[in-house]
Design a binder for this molecule. Structure first.
Ligand SMILES: Nc1ncnc2c1ncn2[C@@H]1O[C@H](COP(=O)(O)OP(=O)(O)O)[C@@H](O)[C@H]1O
Ligand SMILES: [Mg+2]
Length: 371
């Protein structure tokens, strides 16, 4: 499987703004990369440019050392020569063909010998766990089974890379979960490189080896999902990942030696950076606090419970310190009375300090309540 490299890839439609803006990224052999971001940020366009279905306005694309697109060198390999599999959001199986035929048809067109086709169809049906449906027609299959046939059809010719554009978005929630696990398993068994488009942060989190988070055509961060969650480059990344989302508290900071005292209005905390930070004597910050690090207990800052949503495994709380609202997660089957008074503490050292003006991450650290 090749490494895919995008160098300064830009796409402009007509006179409009840039759909993809100087994108640089490397997708290594065997990775499962998700292109993630809000609707219209350029995910589909990027995937289509990799496949050769869309022509970049500028830049270069490489599969290993082979240049498949370059505006300067005038290279533009057609999609069939790139040997990629593409699974669209609105995949359609041929209704008048059996599962077997749906999968074998493409191989016949590629002039594969008959015995090789038969072996491959059976092999891929086994991998996708659809062997028992091989002689059924699409109308006789459930949505999830149809989805598996569509994936089998795309994988049958052994594409170097599997490109998928929101392939689970038409499935109901339960099935989507099952298919996520299926896709992850498939990635391991095939050893192929997967590039996956989604606007769903939890899908990208759970599936990928690396996530490329995009905003308005610009790549914001490209790293393993837990790193994106724990060490977001900026407020956009921090806010996009996680549900319930991160709390953002506006603070005025005063430097005191190696730490900084953050005045949040109704409470004051000391931020102790994990690594030495070069901070100004006084500055405006945004403190990022993941809900799971707000620990509700007997001590700490006093707050009022605005809402308590128990799910059995954990309870999502909304806490108010006057006009500052924080969401918190309490683990286990616990419930809290509305309007009751609780106390909370900040635990651990995964609090993120952002610059208020640039919105960029300055560093991570731990917190100590001052008052
Ligand atoms: N064929 C097209 N013609 C004009 N504008 C387009 C075309 N395709 C996409 N765009 C624009 O490019 C931007 C990125 O689109 P797209 O890649 O489809 O986003 P996403 O898949 O992230 O939702 C959007 O602003 C969209 O309107
Ligand atoms: Mg799209």
């Amino acid at each position: 499987m090749p490494t895919i490299r995008l160098v300064n890839v830009t796409k402009k439609f007509g006179k409009g703004s840039l759909a993809v803006d100087r994108l640089n990224m490397e997708i290594k052999d065997g990775e499962f990369v998700s292109l993630l971001g809000p609707s219209g940020c350029g995910k589909t366009t990027t995937l289509r440019m990799i496949a050769g279905l869309e022509t970049p306005t500028e830049g270069e694309i490489y599969f290993d050392d082979e240049c498949v697109f370059s505006d300067e060198k005038g290279i533009n390999l057609s999609p069939d020569k790139r040997n990629v599999g593409f699974l669209f959001q609105n995949y359609a199986l041929w209704p008048h063909m059996t599962v077997y035929k749906n999968i074998s048809f493409g191989l016949e067109n590629m002039k594969w010998p008959k015995d090789k086709i038969d072996a491959r169809v059976k092999e891929i049906c086994k991998i996708m766990r659809i062997e028992e449906y091989i002689s059924r027609y699409p109308a006789e299959l459930s949505g999830g089974q149809q989805q598996r046939v569509a994936i089998a059809r795309t994988l049958a010719p052994n594409p170097r890379v599997l490109l998928m554009d929101e392939p689970l978005s038409n499935l109901d929630a339960k099935l989507r979960n099952d298919m996520r696990a299926e896709l992850k398993r498939l990635h391991l068994t095939t050893g192929s490189t997967f590039v996956y488009v989604t606007h769903d942060q939890s899908e990208a989190m759970t599936l990928s080896t690396k996530v490329a988070l995009i905003k308005l055509g610009l790549l914001q961060q490209y790293c393993p999902p837990l790193e994106l969650y724990g060490e977001p480059n900026n407020i956009f990344c921090a806010d996009f990942m996680g549900n319930p989302s991160m709390n953002f508290v506006n603070c005025h900071g005063v430097k005191e030696g190696d730490h900084v005292v953050l005045h949040a209005g109704h409470f004051t905390v000391k931020f102790m950076p994990n690594e030495k930070l070069d901070l100004e004597p006084e500055h405006d910050y945004v403190l990022g606090v993941r809900p799971e690090f707000v620990h509700v207990g007997d001590q700490g800052i006093e707050a009022t419970v605005i809402s308590s949503l128990p799910s059995g495994m954990e309870t999502t709380l909304s806490l108010a310190v006057k006009d500052i609202t924080l969401s918190a997660v309490a683990f286990g089957s616990v419930d809290f009375k509305m309007d009751s008074t609780v106390h909370f503490n900040f635990e651990g050292n995964r609090y993120v300090l952002f610059d208020k003006e640039t919105q960029n991450k300055l560093g991570l650290g731990s917190l100590e309540i001052v008052e």
